[in-house]
Design a protein around this ligand. Structure first.
Ligand code: SF4
Ligand code: SF4
Length: 412
């Protein structure tokens, strides 16, 4: 990313409109934990008045990268880009081996699967505390993830479906593929319900977590590999908000490379693609669900991709389902990639705040469009007695056709 970090920070006019949208500022009331404060710190370090490691890094570490500040900012400050470039600079100056290990372990499906298998042999249900301690000095709060079971869905008969209009690629991702295979199953089913089939290719991680956590070189490498793996000019469908947001910004990540720009343009979050291609009409003949649901905006969908209305429109079209609004729906739940491991205390506060808001809606289901939010909010639901079922938006939509029973979480 060849953007001039100093130039990016000059767009901040210090108006403070972003402060109340920033979860870490709302929790701490500390200017240095706000977008305006962090931009000031970065500017001061560029000017040599502050030290990157001691003065700036702790405040950037506590930032969720949720980009709610971008949505609130009247000056269109590209805070996400400032954060990624500044973190990359800090990381290059003094690499953090524990964080690199955590990123590698999360984004390589083979390592992740092995870790999960070995993890089941350890006592306790939390992620091993060592990594959390090394990175934050605090014990882990996140449960060791349990991979979702694939579901045995009823056969989709072509004679009941629209004619095939075309092929698409589906980003299978890294952690998503291991932890949420059922979400990929339902993505394929919903795409078929609107006339699209998936062209399968061998593919890998998109680089999103590396980009968000200060390793732009690796993010670029992974991005270039992904682009090569999907060469035809087909739409690329993404069902993970964090991945979609990064891919749509590949142009920036790869300094305006035309292949990256073109790839970004043909990438769609699955909710925008399904809405544009007739899922609302298909839902009219679905069985429907006699349920009350609410919707949590994943940050990289709402703030990174500005996709807010599309999932709600789709959910609202489910026959017999009542969609109720969620207070602070677009405030980060604290999951934020690996944040709930690197910053367990703040992540926990934000999770409890999110769960309280969800519980107040009276809904029996909460839907969201990102694997990190999914597993983190599901953990809170389990801890609070599991009265609320957490589903990916697509699982809720497919449940409208096949019933909710197939989406029960298996006991751990
Ligand atoms: S809203 Fe934008 S311009 Fe105003 S202080 Fe925040 S980042 Fe700066
Ligand atoms: S990205 Fe989120 S946590 Fe970070 S400064 Fe912006 S609003 Fe605050």
């Amino acid at each position: 990313m060849n953007h001039d970090l100093e130039e990016l920070t000059t767009h901040c006019i210090r108006c403070g409109f972003c402060l109340e949208s920033c979860p870490t500022f709302v929790q701490t009331g500390n200017e240095m934990e706000s977008p305006r404060g962090r931009i000031y710190l970065v500017r001061s370090a560029i000017g040599g008045k502050l030290n990157w490691q001691e003065d700036v890094k702790p405040h950037l570490d506590l930032c969720l990268g949720c980009r709610a500040c971008e949505t609130a900012c009247p000056s269109a400050v590209q805070y996400g880009m400032i954060l990624e470039i500044a973190r990359d600079k800090i990381e290059k100056e003094k690499p953090q081996r524990a964080k690199d290990a955590l990123l590698a372990g999360t984004t390589n499906p083979t390592i992740l699967k092995t870790q999960l298998a070995l993890g089941r042999l350890l006592p306790g249900k939390r992620v091993p505390g060592l990594i959390s301690h090394l990175l934050s000095g605090h014990a882990a709060e996140a449960d060791r993830p349990t991979p979702q079971q694939e579901a045995h869905f009823p056969f989709l008969d072509d004679k009941d479906l629209p004619a095939i209009k075309g092929e698409v690629y589906l980003l299978e991702g890294c952690a998503m593929k291991v932890l949420y295979p059922r979400v990929h199953q339902v993505t394929r089913r919903l795409l078929r319900r609107v006339g699209f089939v998936v062209k399968d290719v061998s593919q890998g991680c998109c680089g999103a977590l590396h980009a968000h956590y200060g390793n732009l070189t690796e993010a670029r490498k992974l991005g270039e590999r992904l682009i090569k793996s999907m060469p035809d000019n087909l739409p690329v469908i993404v069902n993970s908000a964090g991945c979609g947001s990064t891919i749509k910004e590949y142009g920036h990540l790869m300094d305006g490379q035309s292949s990256a720009e073109a790839f970004a343009k043909r990438t769609f979050d699955v909710s925008e693609f399904l809405l544009a291609n007739g899922l609302i009409e298909a839902l009219q003949s679905a069985k429907g669900l006699n349920q009350t649901a609410t919707y949590h905006d994943a940050c990289h969908l709402a703030h990174g991709q500005k996709i807010v209305s599309q999932p709600r429109e789709l959910i609202s079209a489910i026959p017999n389902l009542k969609l109720v609004p969620l207070n602070e729906a677009d405030m980060c739940c604290g999951s934020a990639g690996i944040y709930n491991v690197t910053q367990p205390e703040m992540a926990r506060k934000l999770l409890e705040r999110k769960y309280d808001n969800i519980a107040q809606t009276g809904a029996s289901i909460v839907a969201t469009g990102n694997p990190g939010c999914h597993s983190w909010i599901a953990q809170a639901a389990r801890e609070h007695g599991k009265k609320i079922q957490v589903l990916h938006t697509l699982e809720l939509l497919e449940a409208a056709f096949v019933g909710l029973e197939l989406f029960e979480e298996k006991p751990i």
